[in-house]
Design a protein around this ligand. Sequence first.
Ligand code: ADP
Ligand code: MG
Length: 375
Amino acid sequence: MRTLEDLDVDGKRVLVRVDFNVPLDEDQNITDDARIRAALPTLRELRENGARLLLAAHLGRPKDREPEFSLKSVAERLGDLLGTDVQLAESLDDVPDGDVVMLENVRYEKGETKNDPELAERYAALADLYVNDAFGAAHRAHASTEAVARLLPSAAGRLLEREVSTLRGILDDPKRPLVAVVGGAKVTDKIGVLEAFLERADTILIGGAMCFPFFKAQGHDVGDSLCEEAGIEPARKLAGQDKIELPQDLVAGREFKADTERRELDGVDVPDGWMGLDVGEATAERYAGVIAEAGTVFWNGPMGAFELAPFAAGTKRVAEAIAAAPGTTVVGGGDSAAALAQFGLADEVDHLSTGGGASLELVEGKPLPGVEVLQ
Ligand code: ADP
Ligand code: MG
């Protein structure tokens, strides 16, 4: 993959695709600017080397040019972080000539998500060089992530470079034992990840709602637990594998809310009228022990409904074990990152991926269009 070493940026206008898809509240205030901060090393390096920046980013999924998807507050926050003025270009036909300029939401442009070559030409006409630092958008072939990279001398930014090398590194040459911890709610999205780790990992620890298709396939009662029907057959095929470890106890609630009735279950059969919402204490301790012995840990997906205080303990125990682990620790997934932040542990892991979908696709071994085009 081409990197910043391969570009001479001095005096050049560099189009930089960044992932500034940050959460905003109703008043357009940014509630978490981690993604903006994650791009700063690349932006600072480019500026130190004499580049003028033209930034391209998306925010949400606008259908039209709805103002709530404007990058206005993002441009302001970036200006504060960089300590310079960031001008927002309302239109591709009228881009100001400042040192740091940001295009409006690229998804305001009709052809963006269609990877439209004509739109890519219009982007390319605005710059001399192209840098992609938007790892979180690298699994999409869009005009600002893929087509434009074919039209200008292009390279990966530092964030994209680090994401790809770290995630590929744990697949290709991990310190062993390699332990994958997989939980969360989007079970069918993650079957491919389990299959990829089945070939490479030494142990796979299953938690969250991920365990219920396995339990159902084994004939256990899952009660009202979140159990994706489409996950049951794939789980049946995986369940016999020694590497795959399942919970031995669970915490259940009546409903998915904090003030519901709560019950600790000895085993993994969930009675009717109850749903499994966390792994139990014995499971969390066992998983923590495996994590402590690991050479490398990859974590995706919370162990339970960690947003609800009565069901956060399993995720917290596992997050603490990962934070304290002597091995290399890598975390992917928006909710897993949110869980780490909730427990104040976000700085305690070696690599916290900025890309949810992109990190999973990379780990699955799927080619990422935004990365392939830089190779
Ligand atoms: P990530 O974003 O880290 O990839 P997911 O999006 O797959 O993770 O899953 C996160 C969600 O999974 C959280 O909102 C959490 O409440 C939910 N979850 C975890 N365990 C359970 C469970 N047993 N039942 C229902 N929801 C669960
Ligand atoms: Mg999620």
